[in-house]
Design a protein around this ligand. Structure first.
Ligand code: FAD
Length: 289
């Protein structure tokens, strides 16, 4: 099928783009990498009257560290993030997660802003934002605001972003010297969206974990923090009984939506297995270090 008719606009400046968004609101869609939007248009699952192409806006590119925060512009492509020296050194969770996103051709075009705007519940970047306590910067003619990832992802493809707002950038706190992280997912084939996945971020003192954040994706209508499993791991040396307790807590707190392809009980089992494997590997890593 072919996309329905739409008006194509390519603003040259950010203020011009924000004015167009204010003018067209719900009738417009932003075009970033097009890796989700173009299939949706061609399948006629989306039919915006206006497409606002943001690819010419250099203000939305770049990865910078300043004032204790690492800022990734909305137009940064998945692969640029994977290859970035700053990301590899200061946000290694993102570098580990990136190769799991789709295939190289899609990673070469798709953007972090597009992923965060779309808010697919099985996507990698939203879970990483949640695990790392990132803030999403939204820009409109009304000004700019930052929303914590925990408040930004609100449901199935639903976020705190208003129709006239652009995702401008994502702000991440850089990893502390004693930070540990892990990323794993299970998908049917390499490059598919995850059946279930986990992004873990924590601080360590010896073999003890603090500030543990377990962000699961693919198991709810949005990325979620498994707070009971996190509490089971907090502040005690990581050992077999704690791993068992965390997995038990996770099994009790997860309630994935029913899905004909992957029943809730199966997703719960996959998520619990991922947690057990990640924690087992982490325990070995902490003992070695
Ligand atoms: C075969 C296939 C497999 C895929 N597998 C995965 C996967 O495993 N994991 C994964 O995470 N993704 C996957 N994707 C999606 C891919 O990562 C997309 O790149 C991403 O979801 C959207 O980014 P984009 O830049 O292409 O956005 P677009 O497709 O251009 O836009 C997506 C949506 O976000 C809006 N939007 C885009 N940018 C902004 C912005 N800055 N501000 C406000 N709104 C904006 C658009 O209006 C649109 O509604 C897959 C895609 C395909 C086709």
């Amino acid at each position: 099928m072919k996309a329905p008719d739409f008006r194509y606009l390519k603003p040259k400046t950010l203020p011009e783009c924000l004015s167009l968004l204010a003018e067209h609101g719900d009738l417009a869609q932003v075009l970033a990498g097009g890796q989700s939007l173009m299939p949706l248009l061609n399948l006629r699952l989306a039919a915006p009257a206006v497409l606002i192409d943001i690819n010419g806006l250099s203000e939305l590119s770049g990865i910078r560290e300043a004032d204790g925060s690492i800022t990734i512009g909305a137009l940064e492509r998945h692969e640029e993030i994977a290859q970035s020296a700053i990301v590899r050194q200061r946000l290694p969770l993102l570098a580990d997660a990136a190769p799991h996103i789709a295939h190289i051709a899609i990673r070469a075009r798709g953007t972090i802003g597009g992923s965060v705007a779309l808010a697919d519940p099985a996507a990698e970047w939203p879970a990483c934002c949640l695990a790392l306590g990132a803030e999403i910067e939204l820009a409109s003619t009304r000004g700019r605001r930052r929303v914590a990832a925990a408040d930004y992802f609100q449901g199935l493809y639903t976020t705190a972003r208003q129709a006239d707002e652009l995702v401008a950038a994502i702000h991440f706190p850089p990893a502390a010297p004693n930070a540990v992280h892990a990323f794993r997912e299970i998908s049917r084939r390499r490059g598919d969206f995850a059946i279930a996945g986990l992004a873990l971020a924590a601080l360590r003192t010896g073999e003890t974990l603090h500030n543990v954040r377990l962000a699961f994706f693919g198991v709810s209508d949005r990325p979620i923090l498994a707070s009971n499993a996190m509490a089971a791991l907090e502040g005690r040396p990581l050992g077999a009984s704690m791993i068992e307790a965390a997995c038990k807590a996770l099994g009790a707190e997860l309630s994935p939506p029913e899905d004909p392809a992957y029943p809730a009980a199966y997703k719960r089992q996959v998520a619990t297995t991922l947690l057990a494997r990640i924690l087992g590997d982490l325990q070995a890593e902490l003992l070695d270090a």
